[in-house]
Design a protein around this ligand. Structure first.
Ligand code: ATP
Length: 308
């Protein structure tokens, strides 16, 4: 079985639906309140597990009820959580989300325990976790220096290292060069790709050129996800444009996480990049046909069926 190690964030998303988003200082009475599991790391770990891999999730939660609920859920999904750290006297990560009736949203994240993942924690992980041929997937909802430490360990062990650079670091951030140089495959969406390349995204942006600029900074491959327009894969001199699957989208939240989790599994199965991205496009298309983030993530049989 393919094996994927995800080092990333875990949050609880608390969402209030409102007729419209409030102005600063204003209170707007709203409708339904929902609490759902989230965090890009957790979403991607569940995505990879449902897509058929053995998954080790390395993360941090607080010593609180939300942290205990998250751990129980990860176990139910079949993730290996032996390296999820419970941080004393620290809250679990929480995202507070307002969604207006027009679909617009406003999000504030209290990173909590996610911000406490240190490079030293990564350095202390056992060598047996990092194995040649497996995939390591990480992102930027944890401290950048921890993501870099994770990628270094993956690289040293001969793993395929994927960086999902979300949320995008500021183009001027001194971390950008080190982050890009530490990954084998980088998977930004349009906004993240533009920020990393130092360009402004426009309808006429040449994404192949943008991918070329990113590869010049270190990664051997880049996959730019383009929402309903699919994605562009770039590896050396080879560029492939992969169309999105045509589906009726009801909720695109978590599309990128579904894509990254499935891409990691396909690369761990040694599939070529363009084929892996086409399979990930099928996984993310299925995810957008259902509401929610983790609850919408598809299982392998469904992905295989759509990808035929
Ligand atoms: P999010 O932040 O919502 O999780 P993202 O911005 O990281 O998403 P996108 O580029 O929007 O990522 O989407 C990732 C992939 O999901 C796309 O490459 C595409 O394959 C698939 N996808 C997204 N939206 C649609 C859609 N409306 N129909 C079919 N596939 C879609």
């Amino acid at each position: 079985m393919a094996r994927v190690v995800v080092i990333g964030s875990s949050n609880t998303d608390m969402t209030v639906r409102l007729p419209r988003l409030p102005e600063a200082g204003e209170t707007v009475l709203g409708g339904a309140f929902t609490t759902t599991p989230g965090g890009k790391g957790a979403n991607q770990a569940v995505a990879a597990r449902r897509a058929g891999a053995e998954v080790v999730f390395v993360a941090a939660v607080g010593d609180d009820e939300l942290g205990r609920q998250a751990l129980a859920l990860f176990r139910r999904e079949g993730l290996d959580v032996s390296h999820v750290r419970v941080v004393d006297q620290t809250a679990s990560g929480v995202a507070l989300i307002f969604v207006g009736d027009d679909g617009e949203n406003m999000i504030g994240v209290a990173s909590g325990a996610n911000a406490r993942i240190e490079p030293e924690d990564v350095d202390r992980l056992p060598a047996s976790l990092f194995r040649r041929g497996d995939v390591l997937l990480t992102g930027l909802e944890i401290p950048h220096r921890a993501a870099v430490a994770a990628m270094r360990r993956g690289r040293d062990a001969g793993m395929i290292v994927i960086l999902n650079p979300a949320p995008a670091p500021a183009a001027a951030s001194p971390d950008v060069a080190e982050l890009l140089a530490s990954a084998d495959v980088v998977t930004p969406n349009r906004l993240e790709a533009s920020a990393l390349a130092g360009i402004s995204p426009r309808p006429e942006t040449d994404w192949a050129d943008c991918a070329r600029r990113l590869m010049a900074k270190g990664p051997r491959a880049v996959v730019i996800t383009l929402g309903a327009e699919g994605c562009l894969t770039a590896e050396g001199d080879r560029f492939d444009r992969i169309a999105a699957r045509r589906v009726v989208a009801v909720d695109t939240v978590g599309a990128g996480d579904a894509f990254n989790g499935a891409l990691a599994v396909a690369l761990a199965e040694n599939r070529p990049l363009a084929e892996a991205a086409a399979w990930a496009a099928a996984a993310s298309a299925l995810a957008v046909t259902r509401p929610g983030a983790q609850s919408a993530l598809p299982r392998r049989e469904a992905i295989d069926y759509l990808a035929r």
